[in-house]
Write a protein that binds this ligand. Sequence first.
Ligand code: FES
Length: 164
Amino acid sequence: MGLRSRLRTALHGIISREGTSSVGNAAAPDPRAGGPASPDLAGWTDLGPVGTLAEGRPVTRARPDGGSVVVFLHTGQTYAIDNACTHEDGPVGEGEVRGTCVRCPYHDWEFDFTTGDCRTDPERPLATWSVAIDDGRIRLGPQLRSGTPHRGGDHNDGMETIVQ
Ligand code: FES
């Protein structure tokens, strides 16, 4: 086998592994795709069927620890962030989605759901998790980033809430 053939074979192996893996934030392109559960997701939490998850239309699901996550689909990849806004715990999952940004419906704080970064206050990121779609179900993996525990702060109307 020549060098070109070996390279092609090696690349095909890599592409095949990535194409079938739903691990982390790299999900299958079709969130409703069926198939057997991947052994890579052993121990991940089943958050139920994908339901209405679509590009620009996230779904919110309860976590076993009592909180909830918002799951997004964007350019064929899935992302999960905490649903509790780092301003005053507003429901981020009910916010408007534009590109990779979601805007909290309470006071318009903005977050990048691919990173958890808060665009309104960089010191207030949201927690993020590994998430995948497997056999038409949402699977939540390990936390990737812890969010800030701080709450309160400026509103867009100039008023401020003090949290003690
Ligand atoms: S609670 Fe989210 S912006 Fe205020």
